[in-house]
Design a protein around this ligand. Sequence first.
Ligand code: FMN
Length: 362
Amino acid sequence: MNDAAATKNELRSAPHGVEAGAPASELAIPPRLAALWKRGADFLGCPISILAGAMSWVSERNLVAAISNAGGFGVIACGAMTPALLDAEIKATLALTKRPFGVNLITMHPQLMELVEVCQANGVTHVVFAGGVPPGDAIKKAKTFAKVLCFAPAVVLAKRLIKNGADALVIEGSEAGGHIGPVSTSVLAQEILPVIRDVPVFVAGGIGRGEAIVSFLEMGAAGVQMGSRFVCATESIAHPKFKQAFIRAAAREAVTSVQLDKRLPVIPVRALANQGTEIFMETQRRVLDKLVKGEVDQLAAQLEIEHFWAGALRRAVIEGDVEFGSMMAGQSVGMVTREEPVAAIMAELIAQAGDALAARGG
Ligand SMILES: Cc1cc2nc3c(=O)[nH]c(=O)nc-3n(C[C@H](O)[C@H](O)[C@H](O)COP(=O)(O)O)c2cc1C
C-alpha cells in the first residue's frame, strides 16, 4: 500500500452520530447545524445546505436527482449542451426528483439567452451562472422566474454582482476542481464572508469533510458547494476508471495546468496529472517554437493550445480515458475513499459536522 492509500484508509473511519446510507427522510440533522445553515437551506429549498457543484458530464440527471433526493441541492451542468439537450436533461431530472435542483450555465455559451429560456419553460427554480461575469440581460431574464447564483472571485465583483441582481454568491477557491481562480478558499472566505451579508454566500473548493463545512458556516457562509466528493457516488455515471482514479488519488496529485510562456496563455484548470498533461506541455513547447520561428501567427498558435483539451473531459468521464483525457479534480479528491451512495456521503458529512459542533460544547 502506498502512502496515499494508507492515508485514505485512515480517513475511512466509520461515520458516527448518523447511520451511513440513511435515506434523507431519516437523516437527523443536528439542530445546531440546521440553525447554522438555515439561511442557505431556506434559499435552496432543501434541508441540507450543500450544493453539489455542477461538473460537466458528471452532473447529469442521475447524480443531480440523487443529490436532491438525499436532501442536498443538485445542479445540472449545462456545459456546451445545446438548448434542446438541456431541455431533455431538465425534463429527465424532473422525472427523477420532486425536490429543487439548479442549472449551471456557462456565461460564454453562444446561446446563453436561449438556455435561460429553456430553464424558464421547465420551471427551473435556481440558475447558476458560471465562467465569468454574466451579462446583465441574462441575470435580469433569469430573475423573472428563478433565484440567481453567481461566482464572485473578489469583494469588488461580489458587490457588483449583487448590484446586478445576484440573489446569492458562490466563492470558489483555487483548491477546487476544474477551471479555477488564483486565490485559495480560506483567503476568499476571510475576504468575502465578513463583508458580504446582503445575500447568502456558499463556499467552494477543497471541502471534503463536515468539520470544514462547520468552520465556513461559523465564518458566515450560508452553505457550501462540493464537487469532487460526489464524483464517486454510486449514482454518478462517471466511468469506473474515472472513479477508480479519484479513489486512488491524493490531494497533491490534483494539480493546476502549467502555462509555459505568457505569449500562449493557458486558463488554469485543476486536474489529476496524467500522460495528457505531459503531452500538453510538449504541445506548448512545439507551438511556441513554431510561433518564435514565424511558422504560425499568434491566433493560430493560441487556437492550437485552446483546442488541445477540447472534448477531453468527456473522454475521461464517459469513455474512461484516464491517460489522455482531462481528469478535472479538486484537492478534496484525497478525501474520496470509496464508491458509495449519495445518501451515505451526506450522512457522513452531517455526522462529522455534528461531532465538530458537539466538541465545541456550549
Ligand atoms: C470534473 C469536474 C467538472 C467540473 N465542471 C464544472 C462546470 O461545468 N461548471 C462549473 O461551474 N464548475 C465546474 N466544476 C467545479 C465544481 O462545480 C465545484 O465548484 C468544484 O469541484 C468544487 O471544488 P471541490 O471539487 O474541491 O469540491 C467542475 C469540477 C470537476 C471536478
